[in-house]
Ligand binder design. Sequence first.
Ligand code: ADP
Ligand code: MG
Length: 263
Amino acid sequence: MPTFAMSRIFCIANQKGGVGKTTTSVNLAAGLAKIGQRVLLVDLDPQGNATMGSGVDKRNLGTSVYDVLLEATGIASARVRAERAGYDVLGANRELAGAEIELVNLPQRNERLGLALAQVTADYDFVLVDCPPALSLLTLNGLCCAHGVIVPMQCEYFALEGLTDLVNTIKQVHANLNPGLQLIGLLRVMFDARITLQSQVSEQLKMHFGDKVFNTVIPRNVRLAEAPSYGLPGVVFDPSSKGALAFVEFAREVAGRVGIHSA
Ligand code: ADP
Ligand code: MG
């Protein structure tokens, strides 16, 4: 694993839906905040689940990531504080669904998020980008400015197959658009060790990807699934739940990988 001095923009990506991207984004953000890190969470999904799951109402956003990408609004004025969650949010809502098409004709269409983030990186130790379930222009904006990609995945039969496209995309972006981009690691989520298939896929993953597989494993835990309806990351909603403890552990692992050693 490489150690970075300033490598702190991480995309949470997987082109499949429902694999745990948003749960990972909000809980890693809250976990990092809990260990004293300053975090900005960027919601790049028009569904706005990371926004809502952080306790920010996507229906009442004055400005959103849409304005940042399309209207050149500064992040300093578009971000909001998710007070209870403990980090800042650049929110998203349905408006962002149109951005994909509108971006096509704009200059620097792949770099617009990166250019905007450059204005505020001094304010944060970590910027996390919750990507939509597609290898789209929105996701590309995340990958073009990120130092790393964190890939949450369920240990299921087709999981490895889906990874090939994502790994190829990361390689392409690395080669052509962002030489700083790295696959930071694969995070096993919704894990149930009692299910033999999951343990088998988990072993396969370690064989194929070695130390690119994070040590921390996130268990299937109902408290993590309940938390968004309270507008809170699971880490804040029920800090002693197994899921919350796993995500705080994961936050420490991620911080450790960039050379931050928290208490
Ligand atoms: P994505 O952002 O990739 O679409 P989500 O994070 O929204 O995926 O997760 C999909 C569903 O699975 C959500 O209902 C979420 O609450 C649930 N979920 C995610 N991780 C866990 C977990 N570790 N334990 C239980 N439920 C989970
Ligand atoms: Mg999501």
